[in-house]
Design a binder for this molecule. Sequence first.
Ligand code: NAP
Length: 231
Amino acid sequence: MRPYVIVNIAMSADGKISTRERRQVRISGAQDFARVDRLKAACDAVMVGIGTVLADDPSLTIKSEECRRYRRKQGWDDHPVRIVIDSSGRISPEASILNKGEGKRVVVVSKRADASTISLLERKATLIVAGEDEVDLQVLMNELGAMGIHRVLVEGGGTLIAGLIKEGLVNEIYTFIGNVIIGGKDAPTFSDGEGFILESAFPRLSLQEARRIEQGILLHWIVENTYHDSD
Ligand code: NAP
């Protein structure tokens, strides 16, 4: 069974998720961080693209003791499985996501990755090979389902999110819009990639909630017509 996929991202008031130099910026505050920690704690896995790992070096661990306690009560590991989408295996074995906190890691490569890279990364993570050139996200989701991963939180970046949306694999979206303007036509946005041209191809969203958090607003969307096995 293919996992249910939730995307969470923080963007500036002008829709940017970082600067044009792809430098990580603080867009949301403590309350939103705590919300994301709880959202993450309720998922089996957290996923990011290699662009985010190279730019931000996130660990994607659960930060609050309360959330980790909740997970232990469910009989789960302290941290969700951490998944990196990385066709040629560019991730450093020293990356925080492969080293900080207990728990399982998965690096997803394509056939582009060479054998020596794979064997090096296998010391730190479970390797999945999916796709010829870039990672085949459909194949990947089926593999994750077979591994017992039923709920995935995607934490960026814009290229991976665009890929997942294009494949119709995103079920739910949280966008926190913060009170800063980043600007720059080349600064990453929520969904980069090639984009859609035909209006009929635009994915449609259904707004579930709009909630003020500190100086920003959280929008919660359901993606319409997204296939999910439990439907
Ligand atoms: P990304 O989305 O994290 O990773 C994209 C990379 O994933 C691709 O370039 C590609 O690299 C790999 N990939 C493999 N198969 C793919 C597929 N089928 N579809 C899409 N991607 C695939 O990178 P990004 O767009 O550069 O985003 C990084 C930026 O986002 C950083 O500046 C970071 O700070 C920002 N960010 C912001 C937030 C926020 O909440 N504000 C959250 C996360 C990230 P290969 O070809 O090498 O495999």
